[in-house]
Design a protein around this ligand. Structure first.
Ligand SMILES: [Zn+2]
Length: 155
């Protein structure tokens, strides 16, 4: 899915990495003649690319980024106390990730476009909530769970 470039840094090999607003990094190499990105070599070129969107396959794969800061955790819900807002389609804000932890029982986690997946979550697994991707949860009988939220560190 498309993510905006929020910054750049150089990795240990000296290659430029674009920092995306989802928290993932993506190499933006200039490798003549295969990959032409002359803009990456200059500070002006990179500055001009801030805010541009590029595809993040790691978001498509629902991969938890490194270096997030956990900042909030919901109370534990059960099938009766689960807020209507979680059963209905909703999404977290830009740069906000979530992780569904099931303590007991199980639920089904439906993820809308562009991911299009339905996952069964139980105490042996946890599910990743991707920023800005619409989703909902459906309790499957008795369940106890909570959600933990983390955000991209300010850079
Ligand atoms: Zn991403």
């Amino acid at each position: 899915m498309k993510r905006a470039i929020s910054g750049f840094h150089v990795d240990v090999h000296g290659d430029w990495v674009a920092e995306l607003d989802c928290g993932h990094g993506q190499h933006v190499r200039h490798r003549r003649p295969f990959v032409m990105r002359p803009w990456v070599a200059t500070e002006e070129g990179r500055a001009a690319m801030l805010g541009s969107e590029i595809d993040c396959v790691r978001c498509d794969r629902m991969e938890w980024p490194d270096g997030l800061t956990t900042y909030r955790r919901t109370p534990e819900f059960d099938a009766a106390s689960i807020p209507d807002g979680l059963r209905a389609e909703h999404a977290t804000k830009r740069g906000v990730w979530g992780r569904i932890h099931v303590v007991e029982g199980g639920l089904t986690y439906h993820v809308d476009a562009p991911v299009h997946r339905s996952l069964r979550v139980d105490p042996a697994s946890s599910a990743v909530i991707v920023p800005e991707v619409r989703h909902r949860v459906e309790p499957g009988g008795a369940v106890r769970f909570f959600v933990e939220f983390a955000r991209v560190r300010a850079r």
